[in-house]
Write a new protein. Structure first.
Length: 457
């Protein structure tokens, strides 16, 4: 296991509970001594050795043999480098985020397009094309990205059943795209509201979160990204297309953590969240794209709308006010949480029933009954990591595959006991609901500036 922060500490008990393996075969390689006491308590070897471009092969080679599994839960360690190394060693691989080496997210010598998740995904797909085969590598398989791709398939099937659409279960990406198109799905939000509250208030100069602070800040400082639908009539004034790759997504000329979006979850109702860049916004949009030759005939708009815990919202506000200079103090809340839950799901809009949210509602109290070292946000991730590891072990020679391409039923079967209540909820809500409550708007009028940089792909 590379990295042993909040997610690593939370997933280890699940791996030990569900996978029969000698503890002496497990090694944690991480950047510092954080988490050593938790590893020692479970009898797991702990090695504090930060991985760099220069040393990662030397550190990992003695530990990683053919048939082993590298579980990458780190930040600032290149996912593509580790996947290529695992292929050389004959080892399986999983991560929850496609990470670059440090500095890339804010490297001013690179264009925003080159700093994007879109670019990182294209590099992983290029590695897949470079070799014909290899042991299974499952990048970006946490809660989101990862679990939400499986939620999307369940949501599509549920809407089809509830609208009396007679279909066969899709067996290919073309059939899943056809189903989404037939249903009329225009937009998919990954809509999340975290209401967990710590007994210790956020202090000035402190960043508080329910999962990795470094991970959240890194993706928050990347350009806002979204899969761009074929139905869209207007283009954002600061929107840009990538000049390479699949063409399924666009980015905005601003950080995701400074971009607010409207969305909806069953308990919270309407909410304002952040348009944080995530790999699933690109992979789901790409997976559900229908084409006639080179012409895109259907693609939904897909993006993440994240309302983190209230302390994290205050932390982002403070971070942005300091021109994105990180606070000196960081704190992940777990044991000090006194109440709250995490609602994480997908909101599909545009179909005959208007809006449908499907996902996990998990409280902190239920989390503590289910697994140690987790809060509600963490357990939604660690359960998906466990499921991805099991699936990869059951399918050990699939080379690089994305979450959208694997067996959603098997993943949900493994995850479900740890996700609290899996809920499907219909709503009449859309992003235009109550938009004119304070000021009148002509929502059908297209302003000329909205077509800046516009072209059809």
């Amino acid at each position: 296991m590379v990295g042993f922060g909040s997610i690593g500490q939370g997933v280890l008990p699940l791996l030990l509970r569900h996978i029969d393996m000698p503890r002496e075969r497990i090694v944690i390689v991480t950047a510092d001594e954080s988490g050593k006491a938790e590893a020692d308590a479970q009898g797991i070897r702990f090695l504090a050795a930060p991985l760099t471009r220069a040393n990662y092969k030397d550190v990992l080679a003695p530990l990683l043999q053919a048939g082993d599994f590298l579980l990458n839960l780190s930040v600032d360690v290149s996912s593509v480098a580790l996947m290529e190394f695992c292929r050389e060693r004959g080892a399986l691989y999983l991560d929850t985020c496609n990470e670059p080496w440090p500095g890339r997210y804010t490297d001013k010598s690179l264009s925003p397009s080159e700093r994007s998740n879109y670019a990182l995904r294209e590099e992983a797909l290029a590695l897949r094309r470079k070799y014909r085969s290899g042991p299974t590598m499952l990048p970006t398989h946490g809660a989101n990205p990862g679990l939400v791709s499986h939620f999307t398939k369940m949501a599509l099937l549920n809407i089809a059943a509830d609208t009396n659409l007679s279909i066969s279960r899709p067996q290919s990406r073309e059939e899943w795209a056809s189903l989404a198109s037939t249903l009329g799905v225009k937009t998919i939000h990954i809509a999340e509201r975290d209401t967990q509250v710590s007994a210790v208030p956020k202090q000035v100069g402190e960043f508080v979160n329910t999962w990795s602070v470094d991970g959240f800040v890194s993706e928050g400082e990347q350009p806002a990204e979204l899969g761009w639908g074929s139905h869209e009539r207007h283009f954002p004034a600061d929107g840009f297309r990538h000049e390479f790759g699949c063409g399924a997504a666009i980015y905005l000329g601003r950080p995701g953590a400074s971009t607010r979006m409207r969305s909806w979850t069953p308990i919270e109702g309407p909410l304002h969240g952040f348009l944080i860049t995530h790999a699933e916004a690109i992979s789901i949009a790409d997976y559900l794209t229908a084409r006639n030759g080179d012409e895109v005939t259907y693609r939904p708009t897909v993006h993440y709308v994240y309302h983190p815990c209230d302390a994290a919202v205050l932390s982002i506000h403070e971070l942005a006010g300091k021109n994105w200079r990180m606070q000196k103090q960081k704190r992940i809340i777990v044991d000090d949480i006194v109440s709250g839950a995490d609602e994480l799901g997908v909101l599909l809009m545009g179909h005959a029933r208007k809006s449908y949210w499907y996902g996990s509602r998990l409280s902190i109290d239920e989390t503590r009954r289910l697994a140690p070292y987790n809060n509600a946000t963490g357990l939604q991730v660690t359960a998906a990591v466990l499921a991805g590891v099991v699936w990869a072990m059951e399918n050990p020679d699939r080379w690089i595959v994305e979450p959208d391409e694997i067996d959603y039923e098997r993943i949900l079967e493994i995850c479900a006991p740890y996700l609290g209540k899996l809920i499907g909820a219909y709503s009449d809500w859309t992003p235009l609901a109550d938009r004119e409550s304070l000021f009148a708007e002509d929502l059908d009028k297209a302003d000329p500036w909205q077509f800046k940089n516009f072209r059809v792909v």
